[in-house]
Design a protein around this ligand. Structure first.
Ligand SMILES: Cc1ncc(COP(=O)(O)O)c(C=O)c1O
Length: 417
């Protein structure tokens, strides 16, 4: 992001030009940021074979998938349709690892028919898999007993989490493997998302390799995603170089003890695409109550749910006036819900300073590349915005703005008899 003549520019194009061309509201992603995040992470590891599986749930836009395919990423998919999209974009099936949660066997079948790798996360599904595919290879997701994340809803390890096979059930895993002559080739864990402290990630690695040491035919260990990005100015970025080096060292030591060089997989989503995305909207309304100064925009939690869902902070700017006297404001959406404001924090609503906002100004909500558009909805029958990828100073439309016809698709309009 740059500021030229007091206006925000993204990837070398002014926000005014972007909105003039593509309308409002609009998601804008910067290609260069995705690539540099990928390279920074990849280069932080050394002395081990690392595979970076992009967690495409963070942002499944095919154009973004293609950027990461070009960079050399593999894929973490959580539904058969995510896996299908990754195949359609051109990822080789063996580079896609499907880890579903509470899924039926038919989703595993769907992936295996397409040669996509699968990862099983419950004893009952492992049993069904053994019955259907005796003698085959399999990998499993364990719950290493610890979790971490930016919100309770985002912690996916530990005794309160629904994910994975709890690490104290290794004996049952052995029994099922033995019963169906299955070969365990991989152990996976993922403890949560939005983690800025390396400590829980290193602890999870220790717990995961401790479980892995109980199985002798492994080819890989997968420690999931969770690599956080700073959203708030007071947050420090994850020291990725240090973390990558520490993970590499611990993993190398484990491989030496294990007696075989295994591959290490990670599954970042947020880290790769989060900071590449900005949501732009237009000011439709300005009003005051005894408590708040509201700025009303033409978007809402239907387009960016994270603040309302998690109390997640996103920096907000007046992209049309990046300099000037600042006033603390609450930025409110156009959805008929009181909670439809973008200033939620874990401590309640906190106004953010914006410089002298006027009707028609463009508002930018920062760092929305991950779990932004991916979690959007058509609530209140409001269409989703368009998405644009800016690359080498040129903007490319990568998803069209929805229309009334898009909203109606799927409804059966004839009345039941
Ligand atoms: C299994 C798995 N892997 C990877 C991720 C990606 O997490 P993040 O975006 O925090 O890197 C998730 C997201 O929760 C996940 O469930």
């Amino acid at each position: 992001m740059e500021i030229i003549n007091k206006i925000m520019w993204l990837g070398g194009i002014s926000v005014e030009d972007l909105m003039e061309e593509y309308g409002s509201p609009l998601y804008v992603y910067e290609d260069e940021i995705i690539r540099s995040q990928y390279r920074q992470l990849y280069e932080s590891f050394s002395g081990i074979t690392i595979q970076i599986h992009y967690a495409m749930k963070a942002n499944p836009n095919p154009a973004i998938l293609k950027v990461l395919l070009e960079e050399g990423a593999w894929i973490d998919a959580v539904s058969p349709m995510e896996a299908q999209l990754a195949l359609d974009v051109g990822f080789p099936p063996e580079h896609i690892l499907f880890t579903g949660n509470n899924i039926p066997l038919r989703e595993i079948e769907y992936c295996l028919e397409r040669k996509v790798s699968i990862n099983i996360e419950s004893l009952s599904l492992l049993e069904q898999y053994g019955q259907a595919y005796p003698g085959e290879n399999v990998s499993i997701r364990i719950n290493p007993g610890i979790g971490s994340g930016h919100h309770a809803h985002c912690i996916t390890g530990g005794p309160k989490s629904k994910f994975g096979i709890y690490h104290d059930q290794l004996e049952q895993i052995h029994q099922i493997l033995h019963k169906y002559n299955l070969v365990l080739t991989g152990i996976h864990s993922h403890i949560g998302t939005g983690i800025l402290d390396p400590k829980p990630m290193l602890e999870a690695l220790e717990m995961t390799v401790a479980s892995a040491s109980q199985f002798s035919n492994l080819q890989f260990i997968d420690i999931g995603g969770g690599f956080g990005i700073p959203y708030h100015p007071t947050q420090s970025p994850l020291k990725v170089e240090d973390l990558g080096q520490q993970i590499s060292n611990s993993f190398q030591q484990f491989c030496e003890k294990y007696g075989k060089k295994l591959d290490l997989k990670i599954e970042p989503g947020r880290f790769l695409v989060g900071s590449s995305g900005t949501m732009l909207a237009t000011v439709n309304n300005i009003k005051k109550t005894p408590e708040y100064h509201f700025i009303g925009i033409d978007s809402g939690f239907n387009h960016l749910l994270r603040p309302a869902l998690y109390g997640a902070y996103h920096r907000i700017c007046n992209a049309s006036r990046m300099e000037g006297d600042e006033v603390p404001v609450i930025v409110a959406g156009n959805i008929c819900e009181t909670g439809d404001v973008f200033n939620h924090t874990p401590e309640g609503l906190v106004a953010q300073p914006l410089s002298s906002v006027q009707l028609g100004d463009r508002i930018a909500i920062m760092d929305v590349g991950a779990y932004g558009m991916a979690m959007s909805s058509q609530y209140n029958l409001r269409p989703r915005p368009a998405e644009v990828l800016v690359k080498q100073g040129r903007a490319h439309l990568i998803r069209k703005r929805e229309t009334y016809d898009d909203l109606m698709r799927g409804f059966v309009m004839s009345n039941p008899e």
